[in-house]
Structure formats: C-alpha cells, structure tokens
Design a protein around this ligand. Structure first.
Ligand code: NDP
Ligand code: MG
Length: 380
C-alpha cells in the first residue's frame, strides 16, 4: 500500500488522474515532474505541496521558480531533476507517467532505491524490459502495472505461484477509431481522425498509437517482459467495448478475466492499494445496461504496426528499442502534420531494416539503438 508518491509526468493524462486518486486516498505527494507545462504545474504544486517540482524544459523551470517563490517547494530544471524526483527519499512509490523512452533511466534509478514502480510508461519496458525486470528482481522492487490490460493480467495472476500454469495471456484491444477499415481506407485518415479514440481520453502520442495498433504491439512486448513469456503465449483480441480489460488462460482450461468501466483511475488506484483493494473511484460496472461484449481477430494487413511490433518481439535484443524509437519519432512527425498515417509503419519498417540488432544489449547499446532509429526516421 502506497503512502507517499512521486509522479513523473504529473501534468499528463495519467499524471492528472493519479493526482485525483491521491487526493481521494489522502496520499502524500513528494515530487511532481513535467516537461514544460508551467501553468498546470504551478496549480498542482499549490494544491499538493510537494517538496520537489521539476520541469525538464530549463526556461519553463526558471519561470516556475519565480512563480513558486512564495512556497516551500524546491524547483529543479532539466533531466537531472527528473532523476532526483525518481529517487526522492520520502516516496515509497514512483508513478512513471512520462511519455516515451525518456522514462527509462529514471525508472531504473527508482528501482535501485527499491521504490514500488506504478508503471504507466510502457515505452521503458518495450525498450529495455529485460534490464528493467532483472534490476527489479535484484533490488526486490515491485513493478505494478498501470496500463489497463496489464493491470487486468496482474490481477488475474494473483494466487498463481507457478507461471508454468499459464497457457497464454489474451490482451484486449479496442481496435481504435479506424476499426473495420481496409488498408487503403485507413491511409486516407487525418490527424484529427486519429485523435478521436472511441473509449479512452489519453495523451496525443498513445492516442495515435491506438489508431495504428502500435499501442497493442507495444503492449504485447510489455506483457512478454512483465511475465517473461514468449510471443506465442501472448495473443490479441479486438474487444470494442473496453470492458474486459484482458484475460489469462490457464492450462486447465480456466480463463480468468478482469472487467470494469473504462476509467484509468481504477488501475491507477489498484497500483497504489495493491495487495489490498480500495473503494471504486468511478462508475460501477452494470452488466445489465452495458453493451453486449464482442470479440474479433485483429487485422494485421490494415494495421501493419501490430505485425511490426510482433516481429521485433520475436527478434528480441535491441529490435524493440529500434521499433519504439522509430515509432516515437514517426508519431511526432505525424502530429506535426509532416507525414501521413501510413508513413508511420513505413518509417518504422525502414528503421528496423537499417539499424542492426544487438543481442543481449547493455543499457548503452539500447540507448544507441534508440538514437540510430530516430536518425533513420528524421533522415539525418
Ligand atoms: P501525456 O502526453 O498526457 O502526458 C505526458 C507527461 O509527460 C506530461 O506530464 C508531460 O509534460 C511529460 N513529458 C512529455 N515529454 C517529456 C520529456 N521529454 N521529458 C519529461 N517529461 C515529459 O501522456 P499520457 O498520460 O497519455 O501517457 C503517459 C504514459 O502512460 C505513456 O507511456 C502512455 O503510453 C502510458 N499510458 C497512458 C494511458 C492513458 O490513458 N493516457 C493508458 C495506458 C498507458 P508536459 O505536460 O509539460 O508536456
Ligand atoms: Mg493499455
């Protein structure tokens, strides 16, 4: 059970919902970090009174220092601040809610201090999942997933002491806004179309990842790393209603599922209360009024990003870091209106073809694979 938290990425979608949960549960907040959102950070600091506030953008941090001169909160700018927030002594739990692989080094630092990691930042596990899980095992640090599918699986494996009893994990996928379209139809979709997710309100990067199905590909890799299972034991099924958050099939034929209304405050709260359960912060699920639950196979031809992620997962080594780095840059270009929707998988495939894969990579080799993949996408 968490008592004092540090939130990396507090101004984002997950960060704000985590603060809602913290307020409801009466948790202490030791540190808050964001990139450049000065206004929202100032509001959050005045409400939650952390000892430390960090903006990684140096100019924004200077502005924040002036605005918070009348408070007790210390302000730090730059990446060093993010690292300090990750290891702040008061916090027992670090919520990793930054977007992108920038979360990797702070997550490793927090693990080194034996903090509980409430893990939303999936890119970290995708790039360096083996290193992160090995570090957590060595330090005895708990990693409790916040991503709704992985929280569902985490809950469905409680009481399973022997992972060999698991036949497969089944990740559910909403299908995103372009579900049912052909490859050619998907190619005509714009940024505005991609940013309309049917069931969840999230940050822009993950919303685009949901439209390409790269999000589900990243989640397949995330699940493989969290549960140390091969790709053959992680399946994806389309479930438009986002009510069954994921399932675990055991060898004896039992299939356990976790259901709930689509509200991220539920898995966030579970990551705080685990191994206990708190009160529902959201609308309860009513099976009699919720829509019929349907399931279908994903279309890997219309959405090639899912296949690209599965191929990287099979290859292993630094392949997933290359995939992720290329995807982060391609999505950034798509959000800046510089490329079209199908350019995202095209650029990811190009980076995968050009950047050599290193097996059993070190942290430095992972960071280098990420950098090389971004360079391919940016064309320099
Ligand atoms: P948002 O874009 O809403 O928020 C991102 C947060 O990270 C903001 O606080 C932002 O600060 C900060 N940030 C952005 N870039 C940097 C950087 N370079 N250095 C330091 N901080 C940075 O993202 P989400 O909350 O949607 O997602 C966060 C993570 O959680 C992602 O990994 C996502 O995949 C995962 N996730 C999200 C879900 C959701 O429902 N949103 C569901 C499951 C997983 P600023 O505001 O100043 O830019
Ligand atoms: Mg998810």
């Amino acid at each position: 059970m968490s008592k004092t938290i540090s939130i990396l990425g507090s101004t984002g979608s997950i960060g704000r919902q985590t603060l809602d949960v913290a307020e409801q549960m009466g948790l202490q907040v030791a540190a808050l970090t964001a990139h450049a959102n000065v206004e929202r950070m100032e509001e959050q600091v005045r409400q939650f009174k952390p000892r430390l506030a960090v903006l990684t953008d140096e100019a924004a941090a200077k502005d924040l220092t002036v605005r918070l001169a009348d408070t007790e909160t210390k302000v730090i700018g730059g990446f060093d601040g993010l690292m300090e927030a990750a290891v702040i002594s008061e916090a027992d739990t670090v919520v990793t809610a930054v977007v992108g692989m920038v979360g990797l080094r702070p997550t490793l630092a927090a693990i080194g201090e034996k903090k509980r990691i409430a893990l939303a930042n999936k890119e970290t596990l995708v790039c360096a999942g083996e290193l992160v899980m090995d570090a957590a095992d060595a330090a005895g640090a708990e990693i409790v997933p916040v991503d709704s599918e992985h929280s569902a699986i985490f809950q469905c494996v409680q009481g399973c002491s022997d992972r060999r009893e698991i036949k497969r994990l089944i990740l559910t996928c909403s299908g995103g806004p372009f579900y049912g379209m052909t490859y050619d139809e998907v190619g005509k979709m714009t940024k505005a179309d991609a940013l309309k997710h049917p069931n969840w309100k999230m940050g822009p990067k993950i919303t685009v990842d949901c439209a390409t199905l790269m999000n589900k590909g990243l989640e397949v890799i995330e699940a493989m790393r969290l549960y140390r299972l091969p790709l053959e034991q992680v399946d994806v099924v389309i479930h438009r209603q986002s009510i069954v958050h994921s399932l675990v099939e055991y060898h004896d034929g039992a299939v356990l599922a976790q259901l709930g209304t689509p509200d991220m405050r539920l898995p966030i709260r579970y990551a705080m209360t685990y191994p206990e359960r708190g009160m529902n912060p959201a609308e309860p699920l009513d099976l009699l009024t919720c829509p019929p639950l349907t399931f279908a196979a994903p279309d890997r031809d219309a959405f090639p990003c899912l296949r690209l992620a599965e191929e990287a997962a099979t290859e292993g080594g630094s392949a997933c870091a290359i995939l992720n780095g290329a995807n982060e840059e391609a999505v950034r270009l798509f959000l800046a209106d510089k490329i079209g929707f199908h350019d995202i998988p095209r650029l990811v495939a190009e980076a995968r073809a050009k950047v050599p894969v290193v097996h059993r990579p070190t942290l430095e080799e992972i960071l280098e694979a990420d950098r090389a993949a971004r360079q391919v996408v940016l064309g320099d």
